[in-house]
Design a protein around this ligand. Structure first.
Ligand code: FMN
Length: 174
């Protein structure tokens, strides 16, 4: 699956199997995260085998079930931070889809587990993204309308999709 196919195939997934992220898949995912961090200056971290953010041993946590891995989208407090997290988070989300992984962006319905990842001075956590092997591949839903607390993150996500669709690069926005 290439990145354009990933864009079509990817839907949010909230229930996960026990299959761990490991081997070549883990290496490729970490490589993508490193590249995004290097390019953006963000401090995105992959947290693995940490179920407490999504209810620990509970079978269900809100709409989520068995989330054990997530990306913590951390970066320096700045007015561009939310949009940057949207842009680079989506880049990782679509790369993950090409690796056979599923994802769900999560702004509100998770618990912040302080020791699971690092937030240094001047940084903050913007959102997390649940990641792993989904029980299903999810399904298309009607897009939501209206502004919300994560509108700038949404803008970053949309900008990345627009670049892929238009064949332009990041220079488009400068
Ligand atoms: C920035 C952001 C924050 C989100 N926060 C939550 C959340 O707290 N809880 C949740 O269940 N889904 C959350 N979502 C997932 C959306 O509800 C989901 O993207 C939407 O249902 C559309 O589905 P799709 O991703 O399959 O297109 C969030 C999505 C985004 C982009």
């Amino acid at each position: 699956m290439d990145i354009m196919e990933a864009m079509q195939a990817r839907h949010s997934v909230r229930s996960y199997t026990d299959k761990p992220i490991e081997g070549e898949t883990l290496e490729m995912l970490e490589k993508t995260i490193d590249e995004c961090n290097r390019e953006s200056g963000l401090h995105i971290q992959l947290v693995r085998n940490e179920p407490m953010a999504f209810g620990g041993g509970l079978a269900h946590y809100g709409k989520f079930a068995d989330v054990k891995n997530y990306l913590a989208l951390v970066g320096k407090k700045d007015k561009q931070l939310d949009e940057q997290c949207g842009y680079y988070g989506e880049k990782i989300v679509l790369a993950a889809q090409t690796l056979g992984l599923n994802t769900c962006w999560v702004g509100l319905t998770f618990k912040k587990v302080p020791d699971a990842f690092t937030i240094t001075d001047g940084e903050k956590l913007v959102v997390v993204i649940a990641i792993g092997y989904g029980v299903t591949q999810g399904a298309a839903r009607q897009s939501k309308t209206g502004l919300g607390p994560f509108s700038k993150v949404d803008l970053g996500i949309v900008k990345y999709h627009f670049e892929l669709g238009s064949g332009k690069d990041r220079m488009l926005w400068l």
